[in-house]
Design a protein around this ligand. Sequence first.
Ligand code: ADP
Ligand code: ASP
Ligand code: MG
Length: 402
Amino acid sequence: MALIVQKYGGTSVANTERVQAVAQRVLKYKKEGHDVVVVLSAPAGMTDDLIKRANAISKNPKSRELDMLLGTGEQISIALLAMALDELGQEAISFTASQIGIKTTLHHTKAKITSISTEKMDKQLKEGKVVIVAGFQGINENDEFTTLGRGGSDLTAVALGVALKADCVEIYTDVDGVYTADPRIVDKPKKLEKISFDEMLELAATGAKVLHSRSVELGFKYGVPIHLRSSFDNSEGTLVCNKELVENKSIITGISHQANEAMICIEGLPDKSGVAASIFKKISDAGINIEIITQGGGDGTQADIYFVTKNNDFDEALEITKDIGKLLGARNVKGLKNLAMISLVGNLKDTKLDISSKILNILNKENVKPIVLSGSDIKISVLLEEIFFKKIVNEFHKKFIN
Ligand code: ADP
Ligand code: ASP
Ligand code: MG
């Protein structure tokens, strides 16, 4: 008998039939003698819809009120699944995050989990019930509702797995595993039987939304393997686990992409210590996320600094950078919107240069200008105009994976 945490995403609980299918799957595990804790997302599209409804009323709603609203979709799913299991004769009980004490930091809409109390869940499991928990939600030390960031139910599931010392965490979604690239974008990607935590983390952090990057980070930190599977069939899925367990045959494991990117370039910034840091502090104080920072050009007295952010943070980031750039004596601040970043993840320790030159050759052949190319031992990312990204992701996949 094992303790299993299963998370079902939006498409897996999109309607009555899907909720009933989840109930059947949970029941199967119960009948095999396992304890099951289920984490659910809101029905597909509901969180987007709630955001639209908020924005129809206010362009800039208070983040506290957004969190009051956004977590409600998950509450619908958990109550419906409890009813569906009841109908099958299986006792079940649903809980919001505040009811079971999923404590988070204060930050509304992007809170981090700080602790989880397992007492209530343990008691219900002992009584033979299936415990169903709302994903994505939390409660902070001021007793205010928080949410964990988009896609955050994955994080709830892995955090519960850690807190309950579960034997395994299964994430059920609408694809039957982690592929070498997003199957919605790339023609004939390959399914991976296993992938290491660190490679999955890089893919998730650079746009592979099949798993929330912080959920992978948490699994890695506490050694909890994550089994990604489809709720639409019984295939084996992909195991995200320690790298010792992964047989690695290729240099590039996977390719991810992220659209809606923007870049800001500060030209001729006096090359004194602390100058760049003061710009990034201002940007992060405004709650703007920076994805890549690179430094180029310069003659020892001046440097050019580039950073990548999101389209929707672009205007604010540009304004802040222009203001502080002027104060610090930068020659010019400019920006570009509607970009995309493509990242190749794998074992690049000895092949970075070779792969980078192949990337540049492909871009050259397709007449696409790389805006930034940056690399490490595990990832090479290239920033380009968004209109080209589908074509280029497919070209990279053909060249480096097929
Ligand atoms: P859920 O609502 O179940 O959390 P998501 O939409 O968040 O599901 O994640 C599943 C989606 O992730 C898939 O439909 C797929 O388009 C996308 N995806 C992106 N990259 C990959 C990849 N490398 N392998 C599999 N799916 C991927
Ligand atoms: N419902 C939330 C979202 O759409 C959380 C999740 O699905 O994981 O982002
Ligand atoms: Mg998701």
